[in-house]
Design a protein around this ligand. Structure first.
Ligand SMILES: [Zn+2]
Length: 254
């Protein structure tokens, strides 16, 4: 059985040669501990699932979108003391992103979406630096907050909480351990008021913030919540992909 034409890792040159792809999607995750109930690859499963579902829906509406194989390493400088959390520095990520974008340039695929699945990744400054020297239009979406999660979850959480655990119960339930195994994902706050209140920012030292590596309580996670949220996210992102595919790069402003 042939692979789906929107999933590059599954298709052959026969399909690629015959398809005028308009937009490439690059899922970008991380390899890190996610409390006791979710696997290290959670951010990769999530970003690849959302990329594939969004591309499938966009394809049904006529947009020729292709999902590239995902990058499984994120910025994890605050988790280096947690065994097998693997860090890829922002500078390395910028080099990887540049190589991928320049590969697409000249292959008539001039639109690239980075679909981010990890809170420690931030592609905006990399894209600003890359854009003037690269003929590919690059955009970025964080899949977990392209919609307000507040109407889907009691307490979404930052990391391995209700949102992510619900999402994984839908994507790969066989990899989620019983919620009775999970810690509460309790996070210690900064003592400095500005940092605690969130209007000043500094990266957090993860193992000083949380005992179970989670930030956010997964107790109210359900498969149904995950399915509902992920469907809404895929609908929204597929709409973006359809718009982006149709957009004239020389006339991007109203
Ligand atoms: Zn995660």
């Amino acid at each position: 059985m042939a692979g789906q034409p929107y999933q590059l890792k599954d298709v052959t040159w026969k399909t690629v040669r015959a398809t005028e792809y308009q937009v490439a999607v690059l899922p970008w995750g991380a390899t890190e501990a996610h409390n006791f109930q979710l696997p290290y690859g959670t951010d990769n499963y999530e970003s690849e699932h959302v990329a594939r579902e969004s591309a499938r829906r966009a394809w049904e509406k006529g947009a020729r979108v292709v999902v590239l194989p995902g990058i499984p390493y994120g910025v994890n400088t605050g988790q280096l003391d947690i065994r097998l959390c693997i860090n890829m520095n922002p500078g390395t990520q910028a080099a990887v992103l540049g190589d991928i974008a320049r590969s697409l340039e000249g292959q008539r695929i001039r639109k690239l979406l980075v679909l981010n699945g990890h809170g420690g990744n931030d592609f905006r400054q990399m894209i600003r630096e890359l854009q003037p020297s690269c003929g590919v239009f690059i955009s970025a979406i964080n899949w977990w907050n392209c919609l307000d999660p507040a109407s889907y979850f009691a307490e979404p959480g930052d990391h391995a909480g209700e949102l992510e655990t619900s999402a994984m119960l839908h994507i790969a339930p066989e990899l989620v351990l019983p919620l009775s195994d999970a810690g509460e994902g309790k996070a210690r706050k900064f003592k400095v008021a500005g940092l605690r209140e969130g209007w000043a920012w500094a990266p957090r030292e993860w193992s000083k913030v949380t005992d179970d590596t989670g930030v956010g309580n997964p107790a109210k996670a359900t498969l149904e919540k995950g399915e509902k949220f992920l469907n809404a996210v895929a609908d929204r992102i597929s709409g973006f992909l359809v718009d982006l595919a149709a957009a004239d790069l020389d006339a991007m402003y109203e």
